[in-house]
Ligand binder design. Sequence first.
Ligand code: SAM
Length: 231
Amino acid sequence: MQEQNTHKRSIRSFVKRSGRLTPSQQKALLELWPVYGIDYSGVALDLQGVFTNPGSVVLEIGFGNGETLVQQAVESPEKNFIGIEVHEPGVGHCLLKAREAGIGNLRLLAHDALEVLSQQIPLASLSRVNLYFPDPWPKKRHHKRRIVQQDFLDLIAERLETGGTLNIATDWTPYAEYIDETVSRSSRFTCNESREHDGDQPLDRPRTKFEQRGLKKGHRIHDWCFRRSTD
Ligand SMILES: C[S@@+](CC[C@H](N)C(=O)[O-])C[C@H]1O[C@@H](n2cnc3c(N)ncnc32)[C@H](O)[C@@H]1O
C-alpha cells in the first residue's frame, strides 16, 4: 500500500494576520459554515461523499478573500472546488460570496493547508492544485517559511491524479526565481507553461486581490502550470 507523506513540519508558512471579522462575516461563519465548511479532523475525506456531482476536484491553497475561488467555481459548475485558508475574515468573506453566487460545488477548510493535504486529502484525488500569490517571505532568514519546498512538491504530486497540474502565480520576482529553481530540481513535475506579464495574461485563472496589490506597486506577474510527472 502506498504510504501517505505525513509532511511533519514545525515551521508554518503563515502568520495569522490580524483583522477583525465584520458582523456579516461573523454571521456567515455561524450560518454558512455548516453548508460549505469542513471541520479539520485529521481523517481522510471521502471526496465522492463530500460533493454531489462526480466531477474532478480542484484545490486552492491560501485563497485569501476567496473571490477568485468562487469565480472559478461559478465558471466551472462541472468541477468541484476545495479552498483552504487560515485567515478567518477571508473565510467569512468567501462564505458570503459563495452564498451570493448560489454555488454547490465548493467546500472550505480553515486550517493549515499542509496538515489538511497530508491528513485529509486522499492520494491521487485532485485534478489541479492552485497556489496563487503565496506569501513570499522576502527576508533570507525567513525563506524556510516559504510554502514551496521539496517536501511540499512531493505532498502535492502524491495527491494529484496522473496528468494533474500545480498552478502557481507570484508577483515577487525573487520568489519566482526560487520557484523556478525549486521545481526544476524536483523529479515530480515538468513545466507545461510559464509566462511573465503585467497582469494582462493570467494563466487560466482570474485576477486575485493580492495580484491587484502587486500590480499597483508596479510588480511583474509570473505564472506557471506544472504537470505531475508520470511515476
Ligand atoms: C499573500 S496571500 C494571497 C491570497 C490570495 N491567494 C490572493 O492572491 O489574493 C497568501 C494567503 O495564504 C494563506 N496561507 C499561507 N500559508 C497557508 C497555509 N499553510 N494554510 C492555509 N493558508 C495559508 C495566508 O493566510 C494568506 O491569506
